[in-house]
Structure formats: C-alpha cells, structure tokens
Design a protein around this ligand. Structure first.
Ligand code: SF4
Ligand code: SF4
Length: 358
C-alpha cells in the first residue's frame, strides 16, 4: 500500500471540549469578572462583557442508563439552552443565559426526580470509582456505597448548612483509582492474599507479581511440583496490589474485606498546603446493600464538623485547630491500635497517621 492510500488515523482521545460549550461560555472564555451563588444548586458567572450565565447543578447516579440520559437531555432541550456537562462528581450541569429559565428548569428536574444542589458550602455528590460494573478488582461496590450515603445526605446536598464545602469520596480497592477527600470511604483488606497454587503458573507472570509488591513480601516458590509464589505474611500489608496482575492471589473476602474512613484530604493549595487524609475508623463492615455502619460514621463526623467548625473551615482545618485527640473525643470514634502506623517503613510516613509524632 502506498502512502497515498493510507487512511488518516482515527484519534480516540478526549475530544475538544470547546465544540460542546454554550456559545456564551465560548465567547467569554477567560474573561470572567466574578461569580456568585444566587441559590443552592445555582451558580451565576458574570463576564467583563456584561454577559451572564447561570449553571444549574443536579445529582445523578453516575452509572446512567439510556432512559435516564435521554430524560436529562430532553429536559436540557426543553427547559435549558440545549447544553449540558457532567462534573467529575457525576453531577449534571445545565447552562442558561436567561435568568427566567432557572426556576422552570429546577422545577422540571425536581418533577423528574433529580435533586438540585451540591454548590457552595454543601456536601457535594460523593465521587466514586467504577465498582463492580467496570473493574475486575473491587472489594465493594463504590456506586452502591455512594447511593446509600447520598440517600441519607440529601438534606446536606440541597442546602448550605456546612461550615464549608465537603467533598466525600469512595474507593472500591485499596490501591488504584481510589479516593482522597474531606471524607473518604475506602476498602481495607485485613488479611494477606490466599494463593491458588494450581493456577499461578498458568495465569500469572511471576516476576511482574514479585515486582508489584511494595514491601517485597512475595517470592517465587515451587508448590506441589508447580511454579508458584509465596507470601511472607509478616511483611504483607494487605494492600491487594498483587491481585490485579495475579487473580489467583485472591484478597477480596466477604468477611475480611472491610471499609475504612479517612478524613482531611485536600488537593487544593488555595489557602494552605494540600493535605493527606488520615485514618479515623477502620474495620467497618462492608455491608451491602445499604452500608449502614459506614454511613452512620460519616454522619457522625459531619454532625460534629457542622457543630464545631468555624465558618469556612474545611474538615482538615477544623481538626488541625482542635487537635486529633479532641476530634476522637467529640465524634466518639474509638482510637485503636489500628490507627498507629506500625509499618517498619513508617519513619517516612509518620506524618500521614493520627498517632503521636517523634
Ligand atoms: S478503586 Fe480499584 S477496584 Fe475500584 S474501580 Fe478503581 S481500580 Fe477498580
Ligand atoms: S497484598 Fe500487597 S503487601 Fe501483601 S503480598 Fe500482595 S502486594 Fe505484597
């Protein structure tokens, strides 16, 4: 085939977002004067040109069926200007330039069963990873945890009741695309992987699996005459990193895979340095379909944060001000040996746990 006959490659990356933008946003790109919050779930951006756009935000369940997507798009065509976008927290946002369209749009969304909110000092929609639907290593269903929790936090999503914005995240394994947020609900494995020695030599590239372990706990071994692997359980930190490249090293377990709650993570460096989250509750039952134990802990933390934080303090700032001992006192969460970072590499990570520093 000559060069002239070759077709152009089809690019499959992220498309240029400008083509989907509301014309008023394209026109005023980079020229915004200020924005404010007329009511919960609504943002108003005012440009130097005098143009203004209103953004109306509603929560969705993230994993959307075609019927729901069409419903949301129909609402956009009928009550907004036909432009939508999804946020990383699975909210849908409609953009309109005419203020008179805002309330009818909110009414249409509410009528169709969607919840408008998630702006300013509210609890925004929980962000979550793929869970059972898309990924092959989850120890829980992140979407299910999110749905259960948001059902109980609707009042905090639709109102501006919190001292500042609260970002909550969930993560369904302990190692990959998991969450870091003001409050994070993450999977916690509590036992080393169980190896199916009959399968390892057929399924796993042993050197890659050995290399994958962050604490060098995996060694090649011959078991029953077959090439396999062994785990030094004293070293293993139960992270689960060996399971994706070697599924015969099963770590998910109905009894021993738990949930843990971490708080105080903040990516932003707007007013202070970014902060790592810290473990505050561990060994919480991974209890579908409603995860009541994890939800109760999150609600308890939110209640004390709401009662004790000063205006505009984020959760990490509130805890830093009152101190970790006081945090455990007010929330009534037990401080246990599991909060102590006793991993031998902890010298470099002491500042990431809540225990006493040296
Ligand atoms: S957090 Fe882990 S299990 Fe969940 S989707 Fe991401 S990689 Fe998969
Ligand atoms: S669970 Fe983590 S620490 Fe344990 S053997 Fe696997 S990779 Fe290593």
């Amino acid at each position: 085939m000559s060069m002239a006959d070759m077709r152009e490659p089809t690019e499959s990356g992220c498309p240029d977002g400008f083509q989907y933008m509301h014309p008023a946003m394209r026109k005023n790109f980079g020229q915004w004067k200020y924005h404010d919050d007329p009511q919960p779930g609504v943002l108003r951006h005012v440009a130097f040109s005098g143009d203004q756009v209103f953004t109306i935000k509603a929560g969705t369940q993230r994993i959307l069926d075609v019927f729901t997507l069409r419903t949301l798009c129909d609402i956009g065509d009928k009550f907004a200007d036909g432009f939508i976008r999804f946020t990383i927290r699975s909210n849908i946002e409609y953009i309109v330039t005419d203020e008179a369209k805002v309330q009818p749009l909110i009414d249409a969304l509410t009528e169709a069963g969607f919840i408008v909110g998630g702006t300013k000092n509210s609890v925004t929609s929980l962000s979550h990873t793929q869970g059972w639907l898309h990924c092959d290593i989850p120890g829980t269903d992140a979407s299910g945890v999110v749905k259960s929790m948001m059902d109980e936090l609707i009042g905090e999503f639709t109102a501006w009741n919190m001292p500042n914005r609260v970002h909550i995240t969930t993560s369904c394994c302990q190692i990959n695309c998991g969450g870091q947020g003001d409050i994070a609900i993450n999977v916690q494995h509590t036992k080393p992987p169980k190896i199916d020695h009959n399968l390892v030599s057929n399924v796993c590239e042993r050197p890659s699996v050995v290399a994958r372990c962050p604490v060098a706990a995996i060694r090649p071994a011959m078991v029953n005459g077959k090439a396999s692997l062994e785990v030094d359980e004293k070293k293993c930190i139960c992270c689960g990193a060996c399971f994706p490249p070697c599924p015969p090293m099963q770590i998910n377990d109905a009894e021993h895979t738990k949930l843990a709650v971490w708080i105080g993570g903040n990516h932003s460096n707007a007013r202070g340095k970014p902060t790592f989250q810290k473990l505050v509750a561990s060994g919480i039952p991974n209890n579908p379909p409603r995860w009541p134990e994890a939800t109760a802990i999150v609600k308890r933390i939110l209640k004390e944060y709401k009662a004790g934080a000063k205006d505009w303090e984020r959760i990490n700032e509130w805890v830093e001000r009152i101190g970790w001992p006081r945090f455990f006192e007010v929330t009534g969460l037990p401080f246990t040996k599991y909060h102590v970072d006793n991993w031998r590499g902890a010298r470099a990570s002491l500042n990431a746990s809540t225990h006493i520093r040296f």
